[in-house]
Each structure stands twice: as structure tokens, then as C-alpha cells.
Write a protein that binds this ligand. Structure first.
Ligand SMILES: Nc1ncnc2c1ncn2[C@@H]1O[C@H](COP(=O)(O)OP(=O)(O)OP(=O)(O)O)[C@@H](O)[C@H]1O
Length: 558
């Protein structure tokens, strides 16, 4: 059972659930007591000789008192409902907070390869939509299921105490009701799974489109993108149509069954009344219990629909939790930095989806001496970025080993390893916020002095100081308010601030002007002299300041 996985999220709230359960029992008991009072009231008004009795309890009150007690119960019921509704929603919100945070943490720990294979929208929809469905189902099932079962079984029991044959007729109809639900459920489940997958697809299209909005506009692709979105939305509409058709069918069928049951209750009660076996008060009470029984049965149908949806969402969430996180640093040795010597021995690597091709890196050997500047050049697609990703352990080689200071990095804790390696990536990623917060991203406790020193080293201080809000300037979403070269310099400053002993650069001057390129070459030959530097570049000027230039070709470094 998929949903049993989620009981761990219910456990912290067991005291709240116990209180909610007590309140629900109270609310249900009041619902069940009200018909009894109505019967008593009718009996008192009609001055019937024999008062109504239930389970040998006889009440023979004046109807004025009855009305008072009745109103009192209504007030108590309203208070219980308010408490139940508020508490159930709060428990749902807490489960959602807990589940989405754990899911977020888990997804964040997954290897880079997990993200390469999935659309952003799919992951977003998992954290927003699926977690929501599960959390509110787990809390909502209480409001839907528990009172329904309590009221339906209580009403049936009370009917049995007044008239057993009638209660039996109703009890016999319940399995028919459950069979209809089960049959319909078989059709609803695959459909609700498809609806959620389609929903994720739509979010993906929107996420991708808006993140590449300049591309869309520059190629005048608005119409095509709009059509793509509409086509998916239309498919969603078709799926929803099928889903609603089944849901719409369930409801009238259930209602029909309930109505037939009510007709039977009325008929059998009337016959018993005519035969003098029931008083008018008992007749009224019976009919009210019949109606009370019918209401929760129809809300059970709603709970069943939610159940099917929750099953789909739970499968997707559990599948993600099953994916092993990147690493659990426990049991691994702490990486200890000594000099910064990097060595690759017989490293072979091939991307999973390219396994039918020749390996991208084939038994590659290389040594990057401590405190040296190494430049790697090579044709597009030769595997330079891949090599850097292997050093960062975003991916792992199929065979061979990578050593830093004679320690096999595959056996080192990731945190301790990455603390010593700084990466300036080809695709600069900036977060929405100020220039200051972006430079201090990896070291949020850094003071302004340290941030501005790093910016000066990266050749960014001058242009930052010229901005009206200087370091407080907002960079926009992924730095859209800055130029490519400015973004690159901020990303450089961000890494320099960490003062890592090993720094790897992927095309660091691709956006730089000639002045920027010269400045970067100077940085390599002066301030980074004590560091082990590995630079992937197509820029000849950087080769001139390198201690060693490697060429990556046919999977090997020369
Ligand atoms: N996540 C991935 N999954 C599958 N294949 C990939 C992945 N990333 C890169 N590749 C493929 O691996 C090859 C090498 O890519 P890589 O980015 O390492 O090349 P590169 O030498 O850095 O190229 P460039 O000079 O253009 O930046 C390419 O053919 C690319 O299509």
C-alpha cells in the first residue's frame, strides 16, 4: 500500500489527531442525537401516551425543554465543527510543510544526472501539487471518512433499535454501493494519474518558455509556443472531460441508490406505522435517521475520488524518495587538503544515454601539479566540461580514479572535497538578489571588505561602484539586469571569495572584452599563483600564461 509510507508524517500529530477524533465523535453523537430530540418533540407536541424510547432510555420532557436542549446541541455541534475544521486544516498544512521540506531536501541531494533527465516542471509539480494532494488527503480523510463512518453506522444502529427489518434492508444495500465505487475507481485512477502528468507537462512548458523568453521573442516563436501550450491545455481538457464524466456518473448513481433506499425506508416505515407497530414519533425519528445515513454515504464517494488521486501522487513521491541521494557523507573519509595536486588515472566516462557510442573519455591520464596553472583546450564537444564535472564529482567515471593529494575523491566526503574546489562555470547562475548577496553566496558571513576585495580581484569593483546602488544593485532573475561579462565577473568574484585552493574555470572569458581577458590572464599569473588552477578555454591569451597546456582529443589528454 503506497499510502502507508506516509504514516510517518502523521505520527508527530497523533495528539492532535486524538483530539480531533474526540471532537468528531462528539459532533457525530450530536448529529445522531438530534433526530431523537425531534422524535421526542413530535411525541410531546402530539401528546402521545407512550414516549419515544431508544435503548430503553425514555425521555418525557416538556417540548419547551426539548427545544432548549435541541438548540444547545446545535450550538455545541457548531463549536465542535469549527474546532474540527480548523484543527484538521492546520494538521494538513503542517504535514504539507514537513513533507514538502523533506522532499525538497531530498531532491536537492540527488545527483546532477537526475536533473539532466527531467523537466523542471515535473520536479516543481512534485513539490507543489503532489505533496499538496497527499497532505490534504491525509488530514482531509479524517473529516470525510471518520464522521461519515461514525454517523452512518450510528444511524444504522439507532434505526435497528427502533425497527430491525428496516435497518437490515439498508445494511444489505451497502455492499452494492461499495461495488459501484470500486468499479468506478478502476477507471478514475489511471485518469487522475494522466491528469497529474499532463499538469506537470504544462508547468514544464511554461517554466521553459519563460526562462528562455528572449529566445522566444528573438525568433518570434510566440505563436508556436502559444500553440504548444494550447495543445497541452486541450489534452488536459480532454482528460478532465473523461474524469468528470466518470465522476458525474458516480454521483447520480450513488444518489439513485440512496434515493431508492430512502423510498424503501419510507415505505417500510409507513407499513409498520399502519400496522400500529410504530408511533408517529418513531416514524419521524426513523425517517430522519434514514436521511442522516444517506448523507455520509454520498460524501464517501468524494473521499474515494480523493483516495485515487492520492494514490497516484504517492507513487510519484515515493519513486523520488527511492532515488539514492548524491552521497551520504557518513562513513566516507574527510578530504584533507595538502598541496593541491590533481591526478587522473585511467579515467573512462560515457553518458548513460550515449552508452552505444565510444566513451567520451577513454583511459585518460593526467597530472595537474600543485600551484600550477593548467589550460585545457579542445574541439567543441570533446568533453572538456565533462572532465571538470568529474573533478567536482557531479558525475563519476565508469572506470579509473581521480586523486587529489593522493586521496581517491570517490572515497572522500563531498562536502569536505567541494569546500576546497572552486568552480566558475560556463553558464553563470545568479540568484535573485543584490550583487553583494550574490558574491557572498558561498560565504554569507563575509564582511563588505572581503566582498569588495574579491570583486576587485575579479575586475568587477569598478563597474559595481559605478552603479547607482553599487553593491546593493538588484541583479534580477538569474542576473538579467547585468551584461554577460558583468555576470561572469560576479561569478568569478563569488568563487575567489571562497579562497579555494583548487579553482577550475570553464570558459571564464567567453563574455569578456579585450580588457577583461587581459585582466583575467593577469589574475592567473599573479594572484592565483599559489593555487592549482585548471582552465577550460578557447582563448589563446590564457594559454600564454599557463604552466601547461593540455589538448583533449579522442577522449585523451595530450
Ligand atoms: N548530461 C549529458 N547527458 C548526455 N550527454 C551529454 C551531457 N552533457 C554533455 N553531453 C555530451 O557530451 C559531449 C561533451 O560535452 P562537453 O560539454 O563536455 O563538451 P566540451 O568539450 O565542454 O564542449 P564545448 O567546447 O562546446 O563547451 C557532447 O557531445 C555532449 O552532447
Amino acid at each position: 500500500m503506497h499510502l502507508s509510507f506516509f504514516t510517518q508524517y502523521l505520527r508527530p500529530y497523533r495528539h492532535s489527531f486524538a483530539l480531533i477524533f474526540i471532537l468528531m465523535v462528539l459532533e457525530s453523537a450530536i448529529s445522531l442525537a438530534i433526530p431523537f430530540f425531534i422524535g421526542q418533540f413530535a411525541s410531546a407536541v402530539l401528546q402521545e401516551a407512550a414516549p419515544l424510547s431508544l435503548f430503553n432510555i425514555e425521555l418525557n420532557m416538556h417540548y419547551g425543554y426539548l427545544v432548549g436542549a435541541w438548540l444547545g446541541l446545535i450550538v455545541l455541534q457548531t463549536l465542535a465543527r469549527y474546532q474540527v475544521s480548523f484543527r484538521v486544516n492546520m494538521v494538513g498544512a503542517r504535514i504539507l510543510t514537513n513533507l514538502s521540506c523533506r522532499l525538497y531536501d531530498h531532491v536537492q541531494m540527488l545527483p546532477v544526472s537526475y536533473f539532466s533527465k527531467r523537466k523542471k516542471g515535473e520536479i516543481l509539480s512534485l513539490i507543489s501539487n503532489d505533496a499538496n494532494v497527499i497532505a490534504y488527503f491525509m488530514s482531509g480523510i479524517l473529516t470525510g471518512l471518520v464522521p461519515s463512518l461514525l454517523i452512518a453506522s450510528g444511524a444504522l444502529l439507532l434505526m435497528a433499535s427502533i425497527n430491525m427489518p428496516l435497518a437490515l434492508i439498508i445494511a444489505v444495500s451497502v455492499p452494492g454501493f461499495l461495488i459501484i465505487l470500486k468499479l468506478m475507481g478502476r477507471k478514475i485512477r489511471p485518469l487522475s494519474e494522466q491528469v497529474t502528468a499532463q499538469q506537470a507537462g504544462i508547468v514544464s512548458i511554461a517554466a521553459e518558455n519563460f526562462s528562455t523568453i528572449k529566445l522566444v521573442k528573438s525568433f518570434s516563436r510566440e505563436k508556436q509556443e502559444s500553440d504548444k501550450f494550447k495543445q497541452n491545455a486541450q489534452q488536459m481538457l480532454n482528460l478532465r472531460r473523461q474524469q468528470f464524466q466518470i465522476q458525474a456518473l458516480i454521483s447520480p448513481l450513488i444518489q439513485m441508490l440512496i434515493s431508492v433506499g430512502i423510498v424503501l425506508v419510507v415505505l417500510v416505515s409507513a407499513l409498520h406505522y399502519r400496522a400500529g407497530e410504530l408511533s408517529i414519533a418513531q416514524l419521524i425519528t426513523l425517517l430522519m435517521y434514514g436521511l442522516l445515513f444517506a448523507k455520509p454515504m454520498s460524501s464517501l464517494a468524494g473521499v474515494y475520488g480523493q483516495w485515487q488521486q492520492a494514490m497516484g501522487a504517492s507513487t510519484r513521491i515515493i519513486d523520488v524518495f527511492k532515488v539514492a541521494p548524491e552521497t551520504d557523507d557518513t562513513g566516507t573519509q574527510e578530504f584533507v587538503f595538502k598541496k593541491g595536486e590533481v591526478e587522473l588515472k585511467q579515467v573512462s566516462f560515457c553518458y548513460e544515454n550515449n552508452s552505444n557510442r565510444a566513451p567520451l573519455l577513454s583511459k585518460l591520464n593526467a597530472q595537474f601539479k600543485a600551484g600550477s596553472v593548467n589550460v585545457i583546450i579542445g574541439a567543441n564537444g570533446s568533453g572538456k566540461t565533462t572532465l571538470l564535472h568529474l573533478l567536482m564529482r557531479f558525475i563519476s567515471p565508469q572506470s579509473g580514479q581521480i586523486f587529489i593529494d593522493k586521496q581517491d575523491i570517490s572515497e572522500c566526503g563531498l562536502r569536505s572535497l567541494r569546500r576546497h574546489i572552486g568552480l566558475v562555470s560556463q553558464d553563470v547562475a545568479l540568484s535573485h538578489g543584490s550583487i553583494l548577496s550574490n558574491i557572498a553566496y558561498g560565504q554569507s558571513e563575509a564582511d563588505f571588505q572581503a566582498v569588495s576585495t574579491a570583486a576587485k580581484q575579479a575586475g568587477a569593483h569598478e563597474f559595481i561602484s559605478a552603479l547607482p546602488n553599487a553593491y546593493d544593485t538588484q541583479v534580477g532573475d538569474n542576473g538579467v539586469l547585468l551584461s554577460g561579462g558583468q555576470r561572469q565577473r560576479i561569478s568569478l568574484a563569488r568563487t575567489l571569495l571562497l579562497n579555494c585552493n583548487i579553482i577550475i574555470f570553464d570558459e571564464p572569458t567567453s563574455f569578456a572584452d579585450s580588457h577583461g581577458k587581459a585582466e583575467f590572464a593577469k589574475l592567473l599569473s599573479t594572484q592565483l599563483q599559489q593555487h592549482t588552477v585548471i582552465v577550460v578555454t578557447h582563448d589563446q591569451a590564457l594559454c600564454d600564461v599557463a604552466d601547461k597546456v593540455f589538448t583533449l582529443k579522442n577522449g585523451e589528454l595530450y
